[in-house]
Design a protein around this ligand. Structure first.
Ligand code: HEM
Length: 269
């Protein structure tokens, strides 16, 4: 019972998982039958590679989504480091990389104009590059940098979820006529809405990730400075330098087993 309490100590975990799996349950079924007529995203039937790559993007994206959700739960990360390593590899190799490459291939053929294409191309490129750098830093054992890069990668990954929240306020503020014309209104208005939702969510998510990274860095610097100050303030016993004492094996007399003991140093004058 206590361990369940500890596992759920972060109050955001349950609503967050609810949103992640809710999004997948809501969107994924449209693409599982490989039927282009059920796609809720625009498809290009004139290009035979477009729909298969869109579906590949969504399936690999879902793998990235679930494994990223596993990675961000602090309790799971700390208590099950093996699961963290496995799901981290799946996130990179079976999720983000194939999903990012698939969407980048069809980005030039998206249907809502240059704003949508540019926003998604930059998002895709940043997602791939932050993920690759984060993965390499983990393999190099540079764990602080690994954390920072993966936080950026997750922020970009979850921008697909954030786009659902930004849609309403962004439209209301910048393009209110959509509410009177509907999202199926004139193509120019649809393009503007697509442009907004192709930029705002990931830019904001990335800024939030940077803020978290800066905060973590400053906290670490503060801890280091506090340690240095404490070390300086520690009372010194003596200023004279005692020469280093060579360590020689000495047979303890009380037992029959040989024990390595450091001979007592000369008393400090
Ligand atoms: C971070 C890089 C990503 C980029 C650049 C990207 C880009 C896109 C684009 C351009 C579309 C087509 C939109 C349209 O034509 O209207 C799309 C659709 C979709 N993507 Fe992604 N995506 C990314 C990540 C993800 C992730 C992590 C998931 C997780 C499940 C995901 C799930 C989907 C789904 C479900 C659709 C279909 C949406 C619908 O039916 O309306 N994407 N994505």
């Amino acid at each position: 019972m206590a361990s369940i309490g500890r596992a759920l100590r972060r109050p955001w975990i349950i609503p967050f998982y609810f949103l992640v799996f809710g999004f997948l349950a809501y969107r994924l079924p449209n693409y599982l039958g490989f039927d282009p007529s059920r796609s809720t995203a625009a498809t290009r039937l004139d290009l035979p590679f477009y729909y298969p790559l869109l579906v590949a993007h969504i399936l690999f994206g879902s793998v990235a989504f679930v494994t990223a959700a596993i990675q961000v739960w602090p309790w799971l990360r700390n208590r099950h480091p093996k699961l963290h390593r496995i799901s981290g590899r799946v996130y990179v190799l079976g999720g983000a990389l194939p999903a990012g490459l698939a969407i980048l291939t069809i980005t030039p053929f998206l249907t809502h104009g240059a704003g949508q294409k540019a926003g998604n191309a930059l998002l895709g490129l940043l997602w791939l590059s932050t993920t690759i750098v984060g993965f390499r830093r983990a393999r190099q054992g540079r764990i602080v940098e690994h954390r920072e890069w993966m936080l950026r990668s997750f922020a970009l990954c979850f921008s697909i979820l954030a786009s659902r929240f930004w849609l309403g306020p962004a439209i209301l503020w910048l393009e209110p006529e959509v509410f009177t014309m509907g999202v199926d209104g004139p193509p120019a208005v649809q393009d503007q809405v697509s442009t907004l939702t192709s930029w705002i969510p990931w830019v904001v998510n990335l800024l939030i990730a940077e803020w978290f990274n800066h905060r973590a860095r400053y906290k670490a610097l503060g801890r280091q400075a506090a340690k240095r100050t404490a070390a300086k303030q520690e009372p010194k016993v003596s200023t004279s330098v005692t020469p280093p004492v060579p360590v020689e094996p000495v047979l303890a007399t009380a037992t029959k087993t040989p024990v390595l003991e450091r001979p007592a140093p000369d008393p400090v004058p």
